[in-house]
Design a protein around this ligand. Structure first.
Ligand code: SF4
Length: 331
């Protein structure tokens, strides 16, 4: 069950006495955020708006939504990073999952005994890492926890940022991800090129995501080679504040034009196939927002992420391409 650190929210409201607040977080915990918003309104008698648009990370906090509403504080819940605030008006609030990994950790010992593993997770299960490490070590497994960097804590990954597992990848046999997210685990498998398993405490199962990751990789590489045949490109700047990268878009425009390609520029908040179907005279797209939009979704034309577009430029220049995704940060 997800538990939101409501006391941190209430303390902040007592301290700053805002006239209204806004709250948001990942889709999966929106019902909990609704409860928290209701409690704020009851307790403090101020409006508490739930920003209910999808929100995938601290790269996607919808601060503009809070600003338009006139909310004096935006509580961004459930994407723990190694900092608690983003300027004066944004407060990052922990939401942790209180499910125990004890059973699944004990269950996996036979499978990984004698191996060296990199233990990693997402923000909601970070507090379980040390407990699982102890259980695995008692079972004869050598455990490494890679160092965080940027916004990442030790042993934590985002869907596009993999510093801890990249640090350990040459010294471990496999990666073990704590949680339920095949999305995060597949990213870990792709960046490290190592077998990667999910320890899922809800289904009490050890899940191998290596093959799933390879399928994503094949699809992504195919899109790059299809895009290499394109004559006209649409380059899309994402308008979510933490995914905004106009400089990268203009860099690709310059490179493609120097290679004789036609380029149009677009800007979108949500990059979906439906939106792209409205646009004419484009053979292939490059989007420089969230890289997982390209790797994990289906589009009717190639839609390349930044690492895929880097590979495309190399192919067009007849340079060698290898290991598109084996980098610590896909942006
Ligand atoms: S994977 Fe996408 S949503 Fe997640 S942190 Fe990276 S850019 Fe943001």
């Amino acid at each position: 069950m997800i538990v939101i650190d409501e006391e941190a929210i209430f303390d902040e409201i007592r301290r700053k006495e805002p006239v209204s607040v806004a709250l948001n977080g990942p889709d999966g915990i929106l019902p909990k955020i609704q409860d928290t918003a209701s409690r704020i309104m009851e307790k403090f008698g101020i409006p508490a708006y739930v920003l209910a648009d999808s929100c995938f990370g601290t790269c996607d906090m919808n601060t503009n939504g809070a600003k338009v509403l006139g909310a004096e504080i935006l509580f961004h819940i459930g994407h723990t990073i190694n900092s608690t605030s983003f300027g004066d008006n944004i407060v990052l609030v922990d939401a942790f999952d209180n499910i125990s990994f004890e059973n699944i950790a004990k269950k996996c010992i036979e499978q990984f005994m004698g191996k060296t593993v990199s233990l990693v997770t997402d923000s909601q299960h970070l507090h379980e890492v040390d407990k699982v490490k102890n259980i695995l070590e008692h079972g004869g497994i050598t455990v490494k926890i890679g160092k965080g960097k940027g916004q990442l804590n030790d042993g934590q990954v985002f869907g596009c940022e993999f510093y801890p597992v990249m640090e350990t990848r040459d010294t471990v046999d496999v990666n073990i991800f704590l949680g339920q997210s095949n999305f995060h685990a597949a990213g870990i498998a792709l960046s490290t090129n190592k077998p990667t398993y999910v320890l899922d405490p809800y289904f009490n199962e050890v899940r191998d995501v290596t093959e799933f990751a390879q399928t994503l990789q094949k699809k992504s590489i195919l899109a790059v080679y299809k895009a290499a045949e394109a004559e006209s490109f649409g380059i899309i700047v994402g308008l979510k504040e933490g995914q905004f990268s106009k400089t990268t878009a203009l860099k690709f425009k310059k490179e493609l034009e120097s290679l004789g390609k036609k380029v149009q520029l677009f800007a979108l908040t949500d990059i979906t196939d439906d939106k792209l179907r409205n646009l004419k005279d484009v053979d292939a797209f490059i989007q420089v927002a969230c890289p997982r939009i390209s790797t994990d979704n289906h589009f009717h034309k190639p839609v390349l992420s930044t690492p895929q577009a880097n590979a495309l430029v190399k192919i067009l220049k007849k340079e060698n391409v290898d290991n598109i995704f084996q980098i610590s940060h896909w942006l």
